[in-house]
Write a protein that binds this ligand. Structure first.
Ligand code: A3P
Length: 303
C-alpha cells in the first residue's frame, strides 16, 4: 500500500476509527519504547552466551564477517570449496558454515558448533566488537558497492516478508537490514587491514573469481591442487549457485545433514504420525495428550 492509498483510506475512516487508530498508535509506540530494553537485553544475552560460552574458539576458526547482501554466501562457498578442493557437498550451506546470529536462537547451537570440523567457517553480520575475533582466528571481510547492496537488501526484504515493498526513500530510511549494513561498515572498515583480516571487494571477485579464490587460499594457508581449480571455479560460479539456490537460501536452513527437506506443502496424508514417530515419541505424546483428552472430553479418534 502506498502512502497515497493509506491517506485515502484514512480520509474514509469514521471519527471513531480515527480515534482508535490514534490512541492505539500512541500506546503501541509507548509499549514498543518500553520493550526496546528487553529486546536488546535478550539479543545481547543470547549473543554473549553463544560467543563466550558455546563457541569455544578454536585456533584457525574462519569468520566470514560481512554486511548483509555483500556476497556473504558466495564467500562461504568459496572458503568451503577452497578447503575441500572443490569437493564440498552439502544439502544446505548452513551445515558447513552456520550463521551465528541464527544459531544463537536455537537450542541445538552447542551441538552444531561442537560437531563442525576444524577449521570452522562461521558466518556473521555482527559488528567487530561483538564478534571480537581472537588473534589466532582468520577473518574474511567482504564489502560491496552501497547502491548495489541496497538493491539486494530490498529484494531480500521482499522475499523474506512476502510483500512487494517499494524501493523508495521511506524504505531506505526505515529498513532494519540496511541499518545493519551501515553499522557493519562503520564497525569493520577500520579493521580491514588487521593482521588476521583479509578484505575483499565483491566487485573484484566478480571481475576475477580465480584471483579472489587464490587470495583466499593464500590467506588460509591452503595449497591449492591445481587440477581442482576448475571444480572450485565451477562450484563458486554464479550459474552453479543460482542453479542450486535452495542450498544457499537463508530462509530454509537445514542443520542436520541427514534430514530431508520435504517442502511446505509436504505430504498431505492421514496417519503419518503413527508411521513416522518412534514409540518413545508416541509415548511422550500420549503422556501429554492423555490428561488433555480427559479434561476436554476428547476421544482417541477426534484429535
Ligand atoms: P544480488 O541480490 O545483487 O543478486 P549475501 O550472501 O551477503 O546475502 O549476498 C547476496 C548477493 O550475492 C546477491 O546479490 C547474490 O546474487 C550475490 N551472489 C551470490 N552468489 C554469487 C556468485 N556466485 N557470484 C556473484 N554474485 C553472487
Amino acid at each position: 500500500m502506498t502512502d497515497k492509498d493509506f491517506n485515502a483510506m484514512r480520509a474514509d475512516a469514521s471519527l471513531w476509527q480515527r480515534a482508535i487508530h490514534g490512541v492505539s498508535s500512541v500506546l503501541l509506540g509507548l509499549v514498543n519504547l518500553l520493550s526496546i530494553p528487553t529486546i536488546l537485553a535478550t539479543v545481547a544475552l543470547r549473543w554473549f552466551r553463544l560467543r563466550y560460552a558455546m563457541l569455544k574458539p578454536r585456533p584457525g576458526d574462519i569468520y566470514v564477517a560481512t554486511a548483509p547482501k555483500t556476497g556473504t554466501t558466495w564467500m562461504q562457498q568459496i572458503v568451503h570449496q577452497v578447503l575441500t578442493g572443490g569437493r564440498g557437498e552439502f544439502e544446505h550451506i548452513s551445515q558447513v558454515s552456520p550463521y551465528l546470529e541464527q544459531l544463537m536462537l536455537r537450542d541445538f547451537a552447542q551441538a552444531v558448533l561442537d560437531a563442525l570440523p576444524s577449521p570452522r567457517i562461521l558466518k556473521t553480520h555482527m559488528p567487530y566488537w561483538l564478534v571480537a575475533p581472537p588473534p589466532d582466528s582468520r577473518v574474511i571481510y567482504v564489502t560491496r558497492n552501497a547502491a548495489d547492496s541496497l538493491v539486494s537488501v530490498h529484494s531480500h526484504v521482499c522475499l523474506e516478508t512476502g510483500y512487494r515493498h517499494k524501493l523508495d526513500v521511506p524504505f531506505f530510511r526505515r529498513d532494519f537490514m540496511l541499518k545493519r549494513w551501515f553499522w557493519h561498515l562503520k564497525s569493520w572498515w577500520p579493521h580491514r587491514a588487521d593482521p588476521n583480516v583479509l578484505h575483499l571487494r565483491y566487485e573484484d571477485l566478480a571481475a576475477d573469481l580465480e584471483g579472489g579464490i587464490r587470495k583466499v587460499a593464500r590467506f588460509l594457508g591452503v595449497t591449492l591442487e591445481e587440477d581442482r581449480m576448475g571444480a572450485i571455479l565451477e562450484k563458486c560460479s554464479f550459474a552453479f549457485m543460482k542453479q542450486h539456490d535452495d542450498r544457499f537460501d537463508v530462509r530454509v536452513p537445514v542443520f542436520d545433514p541427514s534430514a530431508s527437506r520435504p517442502g511446505f506443502i509436504r505430504k498431505g496424508v492421514v496417519g503419518d504420525g503413527r508411521a513416522v514417530l518412534t514409540p518413545e515419541v508416541q509415548a511422550a505424546l500420549g503422556e501429554r495428550m492423555g490428561p488433555l483428552r480427559k479434561k476436554l472430553g476428547l476421544g482417541e479418534t477426534e484429535v
